[in-house]
Structures are given as structure tokens and as C-alpha cells.
Design a protein around this ligand. Structure first.
Ligand code: BEZ
Length: 251
């Protein structure tokens, strides 16, 4: 997962990412758990909530920028810099929790991550997560793709958004048993008049890697304009999120 986060802007304008994490936390059976990993913990806000639920938490993230904020805001929590596809812990935990992270991992690396998760859970341990699911941000990616194509450029969606069936099969292949799964639409309000432009600038990085700044700005403005009909309602921009929420147990 390679992204250089603007951690302060992320915390200020995209706090909905952890606010929505609360619903995922409710899937954890705390009666059976003492220890947890927050995988892709970012700025640590949800690690703090796991701690407040009585769990002894380790936050894992690959971004030093995000971890600096997490360590500043939650000095009592142990945060470790590691990649989700290859992390290891000294002692297996009861719960692995993750919010809005797994879609950043390429499809061909997912089994590595699920393998690390399996190895880091105790027998009977719970994997509880939410990620972008099949069809996530379809309107945004479709308009970006058209704007790239109009300039003779190729656009590839830089995320992995699986169906329930596809992801459940991957989890079960790694030896865990899926006990809950839901795929649902969650249109999400963005902040400010420039909400869509800001969202694209924050999250869509790799497709613009070889595009000059002027063309990038043109593409972003044009994409936002073409999305206005569908995603700007009563003065507010919305992102067309689709969530995949799942729970699995290590038998
Ligand atoms: C998501 O949470 O679904 C998401 C966030 C940023 C980029 C892509 C997907």
C-alpha cells in the first residue's frame, strides 16, 4: 500500500472514515476477547475506540505520517510500522479489526495479507473488517476514466473492490470461516464546495503519477463537473461508497 498521506488534511476533512468505523466495531464479540490489532490503524482514532472497549490494542500501519499522529494522540497505545501484507506479531491476538484499508491492497497480495492475519489470530479469534466493496465509487471512477481517455491516457482503478463471494472464498482458502457478510450502498457527504475535487486529490494518486499538474487539475475539475448531476445534492457533494463488511473466525 503506497500512499504519502497528507495526515492533517485527512484528519480534518475525511474524519467520516473513522466515524463510520463505529458500526464495524459493533461486530466484535468483546466477551471473548482481551487483545486486538487495528490493521491499517491510520491516525489511531479507532485503535482508541478498541482500547475504550477494554481491549489491549496494537495499531499497525505502513505510514510514518499517520503513525506520528497516532502516537501523539494515543501515547498509551503500542503502534507499529509494518505492511499489512507481511506483518507479524510476537503473540497471536483475539481480534483483528480493520476499517477502510483492505481495498488499498492489490488483489494478488490479498492472500499474503489474509495469511498474516490467520497466523496472528488465536484459535477462535475474530477477523472483523469493512472495506470498499464491488461497485465502490463506480460513478467517480467511470468519469475519471472518461476524462483520461479523452486525453489519450489510460485509467486503471487503483483499488480492489471485491464481491462478497469472491472475498469469502479468499478468506476461507486461508483457513478462516466467514460468519457474517453484507454489501451495501453508503452515499457519504463530503466537506465543502470543493468536496469532490478534494476527495479525488486525496485518494486518487497513482493514476496521476505520470500526468503533469496542469492536466491533472483539468481532469479533476472536468470529472467533478461531470459528476455534479449525480453526486451533488442540495449543496452537498457525496461520494458513492459501497461497503463490504465481514466477520470471520479462525476455527
Ligand atoms: C473507501 O473507503 O472505500 C475508499 C476510500 C478512498 C479511496 C478509495 C476507497
Amino acid at each position: 500500500m503506497n500512499i504519502l498521506w497528507n495526515a492533517d488534511k485527512y484528519a480534518k476533512d475525511f474524519s467520516f472514515v473513522h466515524q463510520y468505523g463505529n458500526g464495524v466495531l459493533e461486530l466484535i464479540d468483546t466477551g471473548k476477547a482481551n487483545t486486538a490489532i487495528d490493521l491499517g490503524c491510520g491516525n489511531g482514532v479507532l485503535s482508541g475506540k478498541l482500547r475504550d472497549m477494554g481491549l489491549d490494542v496494537i495499531g499497525i500501519d505502513s505510514s510514518p505520517e499517520q503513525l506520528a499522529i497516532a502516537r501523539r494522540d494515543f501515547p498509551d497505545i503500542n503502534f507499529i510500522e509494518a505492511d499489512a501484507i507481511s506483518f507479524e506479531v510476537n503473540k497471536p491476538v483475539d481480534v483483528i479489526f480493520s476499517n477502510a484499508v483492505f481495498h488499498w491492497i492489490d488483489k494478488d497480495k490479498q492472500s499474503n495479507m489474509l495469511h498474516s492475519i490467520h497466523a496472528s489470530l488465536v484459535k477462535g479469534g475474530q477477523l472483523v473488517f469493512e472495506m470498499g466493496g464491488y461497485g465502490n465509487n463506480m460513478l467517480i471512477h467511470r468519469e475519471l476514466s472518461k476524462a483520461f481517455n479523452r486525453r489519450g491516457l489510460k485509467y486503471r482503478i487503483p483499488f480492489y473492490f471485491p464481491t462478497i463471494g469472491e472475498y469469502a472464498a479468499m478468506i476461507e482458502k486461508e483457513g478462516m470461516l466467514v460468519t457474517y457478510a453484507i454489501l451495501f450502498d453508503r452515499p457519504t457527504a463530503l466537506n465543502g464546495d470543493e468536496g469532490m475535487n478534494d476527495w479525488i486529490r486525496m485518494f486518487i494518486r497513482t493514476p496521476f503519477k505520470d500526468v503533469d499538474k496542469e492536466t491533472e487539475n483539468e481532469i479533476i475539475n472536468e470529472t467533478a463537473e461531470n459528476l455534479r448531476n449525480d453526486l451533488f445534492k442540495n449543496g452537498t457533494w457525496y461520494s458513492d461508497y459501497v461497503r463490504l463488511r465481514m466477520k470471520a473466525i479462525k476455527p
